[in-house]
Design a protein around this ligand. Structure first.
Ligand SMILES: [Zn+2]
Length: 63
């Protein structure tokens, strides 16, 4: 899976590295997993760009 570096979070050395979040897929039935890695985020959805699931997690940190 591709890793997408975060624009607003320093992931390197972050204590949340290895944490997995869930996001409901747009069909409302399945879930995607978003995981923080040392160098960014990965998501289990098929998007090839940084997806809305990762952006949703990033936005949590902006609050
Ligand atoms: Zn995704």
């Amino acid at each position: 899976m591709r890793v997408f570096a975060s624009d607003n979070i320093v992931t390197k050395g972050n204590f949340l590295v290895g944490t997995v979040w869930n996001a409901v897929a747009s069909n409302g039935k399945s879930f995607y997993n978003i995981e923080m890695k040392d160098n960014g985020f990965v998501c289990s959805c098929p998007a090839f760009r940084k997806c809305k699931h990762i952006k949703m997690i990033e936005e949590k940190f902006d609050e």
